[in-house]
Design a protein around this ligand. Structure first.
Ligand code: PEP
Ligand code: MN
Length: 376
């Protein structure tokens, strides 16, 4: 008889430690122990001097509160974060150079546009996301072999992509589908980065893999299925690596913003938000790419917005149309799956573009970007 469970006679040895304490590179902003945390914004006068701004920041620090300084074109906004009872007693409006002080009323505080008063630019390697340039990320769904990833990396770079994507840890709907090459996949990505010069983005699925993935990745991806994995969100929030957070397939825009807040609240402000399609009653496409999310997110948050039209529609022939629409709608970046031999792909071959079709798409993206005042 086949046994599925270990026989009861086997006595397990001592359990290894469950987790390795991880170095944290930044202090949490909102203590999880504090029942009520508050964010206030101090809007300085257009003529406030640097000395006045530094004075405000150092007083806030003396009070045990945290200040986030954002420099817009016209004026400086200082976000103040801390326990509500502590903040409320402080005379934040009394400093010279202050024009007004107000609380952030939105449930997502650090993520809200008003908290910074200006759009954030996030660096992935040397590539800036959130500027005038629309950044194109591309690569296979999964890293499969050295030949595959090196050849795709080179072709997408030559076509104009700025960041290489590829999954080493794959969240698959079926446990019997290809799960990714794991550490070997990360090593192949690092080799592709060396050869192509492109920074890499790859998914981390589990807190137990974070240390390993963080050794290789220039940007961590949190997939749709993990958007509300709050322990993972907190852990990536304790690194300073850029994180691209994908919208869950049944998550509202507000849910996405609240999940991002978990990451920022741990001290990591390097977050990109990604619209990748949601589940609807529609069955003709894999998902429904919700491009409404782009202008809404641009208004609600300072974080850059990425659109993934590949998973959003899930059908190769229709990906380019949605990529162009995403750029027209105001996306700061688009992510496209590309495969050199889609019929042999271990995942998502049916939605991956061939390198030559990707090259053609980049040319068209450039035209649309220019038409809406952006560049590629
Ligand atoms: C992917 O980017 O390959 C992926 C698995 O995406 P999502 O989490 O959006 O399904
Ligand atoms: Mn995929």
């Amino acid at each position: 008889m086949r046994t599925i469970f270990p026989s009861p006679e086997v006595t397990p040895g001592p359990r290894p430690p469950l987790s390795v304490p991880r170095k944290t590179s930044c202090e949490p902003i909102f203590s999880t122990q504090t029942a009520n945390s508050l964010a206030m914004i101090i809007i300085t006068r257009p003529d406030a001097t640097e000395e006045q701004i530094q004075h405000i920041v150092s007083r806030i620090a003396d009070w045990g509160l945290r200040a986030e300084v954002s420099r817009g074109e016209m004026r400086v906004v200082i976000g103040v974060i801390g326990a509500e009872d502590k903040i409320r007693q402080k005379p934040l409006g009394a400093f010279p150079g202050v024009e007004s002080v107000m609380p952030v009323l939105k449930p997502y505080k650090l993520v809200s546009y008003e908290f910074r008063g200006t759009a954030s630019r996030i660096k992935v390697g040397d590539v800036v996301v959130g500027s005038k340039e629309v950044v194109i990320m591309a690569g296979p769904c999964s890293v499969e072999s050295e030949d595959q990833i090196l050849s795709i990396a080179q072709s997408i770079r030559d076509s104009g992509a700025k960041i290489l994507r590829g999954g080493a840890f794959k969240p698959r709907t079926s446990p019997y589908s290809f799960q990714g090459l794991g550490k070997v996949g990360l090593q192949l990505l690092a080799e592709a980065r060396r050869e192509s010069g492109l920074p890499i983005i790859t998914e981390v699925m589990d807190t137990k893999d974070l240390e390993l993935v963080a050794e290789y990745a220039d940007c961590l991806q949190i997939g749709a299925r993990n958007m509300q994995n709050f322990s993972l969100l907190r852990e990536v929030g304790r690194t300073q690596l850029p994180v691209m957070l994908k919208r869950g397939m049944a998550a509202s825009i507000k849910d996405l913003l609240m999940s991002a807040e978990y990451i920022l609240s741990e001290g990591n402000f390097n977050v990109l938000l990604c619209e990748r399609g949601i589940r609807t009653f529609e069955t003709m496409t894999r998902n429904t790419l919700d491009l409404n999310a782009v202008p809404v997110l641009k208004a609600e948050t300072h974080l850059p917005v990425v659109v993934d039209p590949t998973h959003g529609i899930g059908i190769r022939d229709f990906v380019p149309a949605m990529a162009l629409a995403a750029v027209a709608a105001g996306a700061d970046s688009i992510m496209i799956e590309v495969h050199n031999a889609p019929e042999f792909a271990k995942s998502d071959g049916e939605q991956s573009l061939l390198p030559k079709d990707f090259a053609d798409l980049v040319r068209r993206v450039r035209c649309v970007a220019e038409a809406v005042g952006r560049a590629v």
